[in-house]
Write a protein that binds this ligand. Structure first.
Ligand SMILES: Nc1nc2c(c(=O)[nH]1)N[C@H]1C(S)=C(S)[C@@H](COP(=O)(O)OP(=O)(O)OC[C@H]3O[C@@H](n4cnc5c(=O)[nH]c(N)nc54)[C@H](O)[C@@H]3O)O[C@H]1N2
Ligand SMILES: Nc1nc2c(c(=O)[nH]1)N[C@H]1C(S)=C(S)[C@@H](COP(=O)(O)OP(=O)(O)OC[C@H]3O[C@@H](n4cnc5c(=O)[nH]c(N)nc54)[C@H](O)[C@@H]3O)O[C@H]1N2
Ligand SMILES: [Mo]
Length: 785
């Protein structure tokens, strides 16, 4: 391979989902990292990188759960509790190939769950999901998953309402347009700058903070609805509603627009369909309940006059209504973006510069950034002949209810009977709800395979653990659709212990299974990089450097499309630029959804009383509303052992922010360890008093590695503070079955006594066994459910 000249980007620079950096290397590890020059607002999570390659939590050898090795593939409640046996790479390849063959021959490819959801690392070639999907497709396919934990509800509802999901983000109204044209940003869920650090695939700049400052300098105002004051950094008008009541607030604002002749009836007639049906509901024509500010006030805990005054202000200037992604990660999550669009449509400013609707400003770096004029190089994943799939957040339901029917987006589907779960690049113990239930679900299949660089709780619950390299230990390149740089990611350090690239593991497995040529096409990973780049370059209508030139420079700039306003074309000409909905218009009433007849999602946006909220009966038992939001100090569970994440911990646990008034009534002080609990589970956390948190609300971010006090007990207390022991494993609705993990009702109490030490980042016990073999014994029949 040619030497790196570092002509444009320094030779030791690389890219993570949370930003670009230059590293120094010492003793085979990243020693220090410096944000890339020109990044105005680098992510704090870069601080987790030093020491991450040789961290104690790395998987150092291929490993097999002793019970699986001794007893053969079978359902087991010992997952997460058994010790592991180190095996050689050849033994691992033999064991895994034999087991894949057995499952496919006996149960068919449908019995493999290969959805393998997760963020893995930046990198177009070594992207773990692309690798595992390509590999499983070479073997005849797998049961797959649809959508994401990020946007489970939006991904189903918005194509039906505005005809697109991707364009809402990729072609969102740009920050520069908002800075120049917008008078008022009304944001539901704030514009949390902690989240804009991140972009899937990487980002070289973070302009959101600067944009908000320029917006304010021009006289722009921000109204934030959020239980947390710091969801907007700097001046704003803060309303702290009861969590989960945003739809009621939006309905109240809409009611004022409708009854005070402030709604743009022309826009509603020319660009929307079904406003009349919705208005009957809004005005209470059929149920006798007008959704007025007076109606909403006791639900959301805000003053009716304030909502009325705000609605008038919104109609009085250029207003953008923004909805954070968190608001659709709750039960009935479809309603919030749908109602947000409806409110913006009533204001009649959709498609006007700086007006209309936005989804995810402050959720990810991408919204507000100019999109590339081209696609990115991509590893072909082949075709999956298996048609069986689940909405991604139905994973426990699938494993626990094989053969049972379920609803999804107008379809009646059946859960497949999964025998082998294959995970590479994700951490279900981070992302999935109700961990005790997840652990029961993971005891059902015959075999669980996990590729990960680290001993995450998911690795510890696997039967076969495959040590992967991290991005720093291999050559790759990456970029994202709203960032102007395709960046080289050169190998910075040698692979740790006997870890191996996922590609090389799959190459060895596919050779052993007779599909080596199909998987590798005869290329090494370095040859693949050049191949992906050069085939991509041929599809472009502009010139890019050759691959060698690109690699030597360390990256290349790509052209972007500047000055976008979301749906500007559609506004200008709704016939020529019809939306991708059935009517071609914004569907405020959607006849298709109406016809599904779901009890939990109707034909137009409406208020559904949440299950986990302060206004319901459950709050009498669990009187605090927990926000399980994204962590400021890391990406999800990644590098939780790193310095930035560790610095945020309180008494060794994940911090839980508590309003001083709620702490007082419970006798809690800063730094106390508390037990956070409800009827689903419990965890420990470290108290931080903060009056920026609304009373009756507590905030415990996701991402602390699950650490059961007793690994053999599925209902065990988590010592470290993973909020997913508390969240409900229930889909947003029958329409999308999206993740609803953002909210849970809890109670907290002081933990008396000395709390047990956190062991989350320690590897599991490793033992030797006399019974290692190159092929597992035959599978035992599954016990009756
Ligand atoms: N309660 C609650 N739960 C939530 C959320 C919430 O708001 N509240 N948010 C949800 C959201 S939006 C998301 S996106 C999910 C995120 O959930 P995940 O994406 O599953 O979380 P990550 O921690 O990013 O997991 C990525 C894993 O990939 C591993 N990895 C990194 N590089 C490689 C590689 O090259 N190869 C392999 N094999 N592995 C690699 C990392 O070590 C890590 O274990 O969580 C969801 N869960
Ligand atoms: N630092 C960091 N950034 C990240 C990530 C990360 O792990 N770390 N993850 C990335 C990923 S994968 C995703 S999908 C996005 C997710 O982006 P989001 O889902 O938008 O992020 P959250 O932090 O969960 O929620 C944003 C804010 O919404 C507020 N909120 C919660 N519930 C309510 C409510 O009922 N009403 C109102 N009005 N406000 C509410 C909370 O105060 C919270 O801080 O973040 C991305 N950015
Ligand atoms: Mo996400």
């Amino acid at each position: 391979m040619p030497p790196r000249l570092g002509a444009v980007w320094p030779a030791s620079s690389s890219l993570t989902h949370w930003g670009a950096f230059t590293a120094t290397v010492e003793s085979g590890d990243l020693a220090s990292v410096t944000p890339l020059e020109g990044d105005a607002d680098p992510s704090a999570a870069l601080g987790n990188l030093p020491g991450s390659v040789r961290h104690v939590s790395r998987v150092t050898t291929p490993a097999v759960r002793r019970g699986w090795l001794d007893d053969g593939p079978a359902p087991s409640t010992r997952r997460g509790a058994d010790p592991f046996v180190a095996v050689s790479w050849d033994e691992l390849t033999d064991l895994l190939a034999t087991e894949l063959r057995r499952v496919i021959d006996t149960h068919g490819n449908e019995a493999i769950y290969g959805g393998s959801y997760g963020w893995a690392s930046a990198g177009r070639f070594h992207h773990a999901q692309s690798q595992v999907h390509r590999f499983l497709n070479c073997l005849g396919g797998y049961t797959f998953s649809r959508h994401s934990y990020s946007l489970g509800a939006t991904g189903v509802i918005m194509p039906r309402v505005v005809g697109t999901h991707d364009d809402l983000f990729k072609r969102s109204t740009q920050w520069d347009v908002i800075v120049e044209h917008t008078d008022l940003i009304v944001c539901f869920g704030g514009v949390a700058l902690k989240n804009t650090g991140v972009n899937h695939g990487g980002t070289t700049a973070h302009p959101a903070r600067n944009a908000l400052n320029r917006f304010r300098d021009r006289g722009g105002r921000i109204v934030s609805f959020s239980p947390l004051r710091d969801d907007v950094d700097g001046p704003c008008e803060w309303f702290a509603p009861v969590p989960g009541t945003d739809v009621a607030i939006m309905l109240a604002l809409a009611h004022v627009l409708a009854t005070e002749s402030l709604a743009d009836r022309e826009f509603l007639a020319t660009h929307c369909t079904g406003y009349d049906r919705f208005e009957r509901y809004l005005l209470g024509r059929d149920d006798g309940v007008p959704k007025s500010p007076q109606w909403a006030a006791p639900i959301c805990g805000l003053a009716a006059e304030d909502l009325t005054a705000l609605a008038r202000r919104m109609a009085d200037g250029r207003t953008i209504v923004t909805v954070s992604w968190s608001l659709q990660r709750t039960r009935y999550g479809e309603q919030t973006p749908w109602m947000g669009v409806t409110l913006a449509a009533m204001l009649g400013q959709i498609g006007l510069p700086g007006g209309g609707f936005g989804h995810g400003y402050g959720s990810m770096n991408e919204p507000g950034l100019p999109p590339l004029r081209c696609t990115l190089p991509r590893l072909p994943q082949g075709l999956n002949p298996v048609t069986s799939f689940i909405p991604v957040a139905a994973v426990s339901d699938m494993l626990l209810r094989p053969g049972e029917p379920f609803d999804y987006n107008g379809l009646r589907l059946t859960y497949p009977d999964i025998r082998l779960v294959y995970w590479a690049g994700g951490n279900p113990f981070h992302h999935h709800q109700n961990i005790p239930r997840l652990r029961r679900a993971l005891s059902r299949p015959d075999t669980v395979v996990v590729h990960d660089p680290y001993w995450t709780p998911m690795s510890k619950h696997a039967d076969i653990v495959v040590p992967s390299t991290t991005f720093a230990e291999r050559d790759d390149f990456s970029g994202s659709r709203n960032d102007p740089v395709l960046m080289a990611m050169p190998k910075l350090v040698e692979p740790h212990a006997s870890s191996r690239d996922d590609y090389d593991t799959f190459a060895a497995l596919s050779r052993r299974l007779g599909v080596g040529d199909a998987f590798t096409e005869g290329r090494t990973s370095w040859q693949w990089l050049g191949h992906l780049y050069e085939t991509w370059a041929q599809t472009l209508d502009f010139d890019v450097p050759t691959f060698d030139e690109f690699w030597q420079a360390g990256g290349t700039r790509l052209p972007v499309e500047d000055g976008l306003t979301l749906f500007a074309d559609f506004r200008a000409d709704p016939v020529r630029h019809r939306l991708g909905t059935r009517s071609g218009l914004i569907e405020i009433f959607c006849a298709d959804i109406d016809a599904f007849g779901y009890e939990d999602c109707a034909g137009h946006p409406r208020w559904f009383e949440p299950t986990e909220w302060l206004g319901g009966p459950r709050a009498r038992r669990y009187p605090l509303h927990l926000l399980a939001n994204q962590p400021a100090s890391r990406l999800h569970s990644q590098l939780d052992g790193g310095a930035a994440s560790q610095k945020s911990k309180v008494s060794g646990r994940e911090p839980i922010r508590v309003n001083p008034a709620d702490a007082r009534t419970r006798g809690l002080g800063d730094g106390d360890v508390v037990r956070v609990f409800n009827d689903r589970g419990a965890c420990l956390a470290g108290v931080v008093l903060d009056d920026r948190v609304r009373p009756q609300v507590v905030q415990l971010s996701t991402g602390a590695w699950f650490d059961p006090a007793d690994p053999a007990d599925v209902d065990s207390l988590c010592l470290h503070g993973n909020p997913n022991v508390l969240t409900d494993d229930i889909g947003t609705s029958s329409l999308a079955h999206g993740c609803s993990g953002a909210h849970a009702l809890v109670e907290i109490e002081k933990y008396t006594g000395t709390p047990p030490a956190v062991r989350a980042h320690r590897p599991p016990e490793m033992v030797s066994t006399s019974r290692t073999r190159s092929a597992p014994p035959p599978a035992r029949p599954a016990p009756a459910p």
